[in-house]
Each structure stands twice: as structure tokens, then as C-alpha cells.
Design a protein around this ligand. Structure first.
Ligand code: OAD
Length: 249
């Protein structure tokens, strides 16, 4: 027996022509990756907002890189969980576009296609000074990094993580793709995000305003809850597994 919220979600997803999903750190919680705003999200009593900024890097690049190196070690040992697996399959089989705020690469490792990475990737780096040859992101999956902070092989300046920091704009082309997917779907799922960081959180009202049915999957209430049409108050892996099972039965 599935509950009313799940049954409603199944019926709108079945009827949908296009589905867009926005994910946040809660999707990776079952893989052992701490969320940012949960009790376990702090590192050395530092909040993400105080480390994930260009100013913090300018002031103490080693401290910022210690935090990223710690997260990279944790993420390397993590595995995609059933929430990643279900969403990856939906991108291949259910006309689903997946927009993620996560930088951990677990959606990719689960095989997701049609993926929009709003905040970049923790596995990419680029030259802090944006030197001519080091300007574009490159992949560096070394864990742990040999030196903190690492140095640009082209100009010798520091290298920074290839992620979007607070106070930095998102890549306009990436944001356009996300906005288009939010505006052009019948069902918009927001899964495992506190919906407080913009412009990502703004995709929820944009989808709703364009006529989508909004479904929230999150064990806790968020600022998006009151405008969601369907609220599933459960962990992502559990809810998505059940939803997926009901869709294919
Ligand atoms: P947050 O840490 O702000 O929120 C995580 C959300 O996941 C919370 O609403 C939790 O209730 C929920 N949650 C926890 N466990 C869950 C589970 N098992 N299943 C489903 N949901 C669960 O993370 P984000 O919303 O991703 O940005 O944060 C947004 C951005 O702020 C991040 O991308 C990052 C951060 O600072 C940058 O670094 C730019």
C-alpha cells in the first residue's frame, strides 16, 4: 500500500511528457556525504558560507583546500545510493532532465544523462589567476592532493576548485539550460535540497509559474514546501525507490 502523496506523485509522473528534477545534498546523505546545513555538515566549526567564497580563498587558500581535500576523500569512498540509481534511470528512460547543485559526481557515477551541473564539480580545478593556459577547468582526481594548495602547472599560481562559490555567478549557459528545463516540464521534483540557495531555489517557483506540478521529497520542511503540490516527507532513497517501483507496476 502506498500513501496518498506517493500515489499522487505516481499519477502525475505517469501522465507527464517531461520531468525535471532538482537535487541537493540530501540525495547524497544515504551515501555518507554530509549535507551542508545538517548538524554533521560543519567542518572544524566552519560553515560552508564562510569557506566557499573567493574572499576565504584569497585569505587562506590552504584552509579552503583542506576542507575540499577532506570532502574529496569522503566522496571518493562514497558510492551512489538508490536515489542516484533511480534518477539516473529516469534520465535514460523517462524524459527526465536532472539539475543538481551537488558537486560530488555521484549522479554521473550512477550513469545519469541529461544532467545540468549548476555548481560545478569537486573533481575539477582551474588556475586561480586564470592564466591563459590554465583558464579552463581540468580534471584532477588525486586524493589526497600532494600539496595544499596545489599549484597551476602552467603559471605556478594556486589552483582552485572548479565549483561555484558564494558571491560568484553561475555559468550563464548552464543556468539557461536549467531555466529552460524548469519552464518546460509537467512535473518538477525538488529532492534533498533546503531550497535556500539562489538561483537554484528560484527554479522551483519558475517551474510552478510555468504550470508544472511541484513535488518535494525531503524529510524536513523547507521554504519550498508551502508551494509544493505534493510533499513526500521521507528520505530520498526510500521515497524514490518506492515511487519507481509503483511506476513500473
Ligand atoms: P543543504 O545542506 O542546505 O540541505 C540539504 C537538505 O537535504 C535539507 O533540506 C535536508 O532536510 C535534506 N535531507 C537530509 N537528508 C536527506 C535524505 N536522506 N533524503 C532527502 N533529503 C534529505 O544542501 P543543499 O540544498 O544542496 O552550494 O545546499 C545548496 C547549496 O548550498 C550547495 O550546493 C552548496 C551549499 O553551500 C555551494 O557550495 C555554492
Amino acid at each position: 500500500m502506498i500513501d496518498d502523496a506517493l500515489a499522487r506523485a505516481v499519477s502525475v509522473i505517469r501522465a507527464a511528457r517531461a520531468i525535471t528534477v532538482l537535487t541537493g545534498a540530501g540525495v547524497s546523505a544515504a551515501s555518507g556525504v554530509p549535507t551542508f546545513r545538517g548538524d554533521d555538515g560543519l567542518w572544524k566549526k566552519q560553515r560552508a558560507e564562510s569557506l566557499a567564497t573567493p574572499e576565504a580563498f584569497e585569505q587562506d587558500p590552504r584552509l579552503v583546500w583542506e576542507w575540499y581535500d577532506w570532502r574529496r576523500r569522503m566522496i571518493r569512498d562514497a558510492r551512489p545510493n538508490p536515489a542516484h540509481d533511480v534518477l539516473a534511470r529516469w534520465t535514460r528512460e523517462l524524459k527526465t532532465t536532472l539539475i543538481t547543485q551537488n558537486v560530488d559526481g555521484l549522479h554521473e557515477r550512477a550513469g545519469a544523462e541529461r544532467l545540468v551541473r549548476l555548481h560545478g564539480s569537486i573533481w575539477h580545478v582551474r588556475c586561480w589567476r586564470r592564466c591563459v593556459t590554465g583558464e579552463a577547468d581540468w580534471l584532477d582526481e588525486t586524493v589526497p592532493l600532494a600539496t595544499l594548495p596545489p599549484h597551476c602547472p602552467h603559471c605556478g599560481s594556486f589552483v582552485r576548485p572548479g565549483v561555484v562559490w558564494f558571491g560568484e555567478p553561475l555559468d550563464p549557459a548552464v543556468l539557461d539550460r536549467a531555466r529552460a528545463a524548469a519552464a518546460d516540464c509537467d512535473v518538477f521534483l525538488t529532492v534533498g535540497t533546503s531550497a535556500v540557495v539562489y538561483p537554484a531555489a528560484g527554479l522551483i517557483p519558475e517551474a510552478k509559474g510555468a504550470g508544472a506540478t511541484v513535488i518535494e521529497i525531503n524529510p524536513d520542511a523547507t521554504p519550498a514546501s508551502s508551494s509544493a503540490d505534493v510533499v513526500i516527507r521521507r528520505p530520498a532513497a526510500e521515497a524514490l525507490t518506492e515511487l519507481d517501483g509503483a511506476l513500473s507496476s
